[in-house]
Write a protein that binds this ligand. Structure first.
Ligand SMILES: [Zn+2]
Ligand SMILES: [Zn+2]
Length: 264
């Protein structure tokens, strides 16, 4: 077996991604209640007692809600950088010292047969990161919650077999929608969330069109529609000469259900 990936849930109501190899099972973020994450895991036939580690991207509640509960219930180590630990300490509650794992952004570490690389993203949190996960010749990149993607980030994620990329909002829907002005400004800022168009542009610049899997993530309930996100990204890619149906697999993630389990 190679590596399995499933987005258990994605969006402002809770983010949780699952990765599995022969040797390890990890979660990236645990932003739903412990109970909900247990239920989502069992819906893909994974027992929560078998989760080896939880990696945290940043301290916003939609990424850490169930992290403390799961760590206490199943004795799971939590990995995050020091700034994130400081900010999330109170929200996650008491964690056994041995389960507090402090990582440095831009440094690699290993979990079983996975190599993990975290890198800084642009978001209004202490030290938010994205992750590249390597297993043999396969690479998975995860970027949610970033206001923009710079050239350095693009070069870090390039060459992945699977991209989980934020496609948060349609700019027109956000601008014309009901959100208060300060919130619109926050989301549109370089430390906010990535628009459908920016997701499409970023992906187009890193894809080679050799069958990569692309999952659009963290879609806003109010300022986006799955069909609009998909269409905007598809059009953008086609401007770059990528034929979405022939060259890659472009899929969505969901706030209320898991994706299928991808095997790479
Ligand atoms: Zn978020
Ligand atoms: Zn956030």
């Amino acid at each position: 077996m190679g590596i399995k990936f499933c987005s258990l849930s994605s969006g402002s109501s809770g983010n949780c991604q699952y990765i599995e190899t022969d040797r390890v099972k990890i979660l990236i973020d645990g932003g739903l209640s412990g109970k909900k994450i247990e239920r989502l895991l069992s819906s893909i036939d994974v027992c929560p007692t078998t989760i080896d580690s939880i990696l945290v991207t940043h301290e916003h509640i939609d990424h850490i809600r169930g992290v403390g509960v799961l760590s206490r219930r199943y004795d799971i180590p939590i990995y995050a950088n020091q700034s994130t630990w400081t900010r999330m300490e109170r929200a996650v509650g008491e964690i056994k010292a041995k389960n507090i794992k402090i990582i440095e952004s831009n440094e690699d570490f290993q979990l079983g047969d996975l190599d993990i690389h975290s890198f800084k993203v642009f978001h209004d949190a202490a030290e938010p990161v994205g992750y590249c996960i390597y297993h043999k010749n396969i690479k998975i990149s995860i970027i949610t919650d970033t206001g923009w993607v710079n050239d350095n980030m693009k070069s870090i994620i390039k060459g992945s077999s699977l991209y989980l990329m934020e496609s948060n909002h349609d700019v027109k829907m956000l601008k014309e929608g009901n959100y208060p002005w300060y919130l619109k400004k926050r989301i549109l800022s370089t430390k906010g969330h990535l628009s459908n168009f920016d997701a499409g542009k970023t992906l187009s610049e890193v894809l080679t069109g050799n069958g990569e899997i692309v999952l659009l993530a963290h879609l806003s309930k109010e300022n986006n529609r799955p069909s609009i996100a998909h269409e905007t990204v598809r059009e953008c890619m086609e401007d770059y000469g990528i034929n979405v149906h022939r060259d890659i697999a472009l899929d969505l993630t969901y706030r209320d259900r898991p994706t299928r389990v991808y095997t790479l």
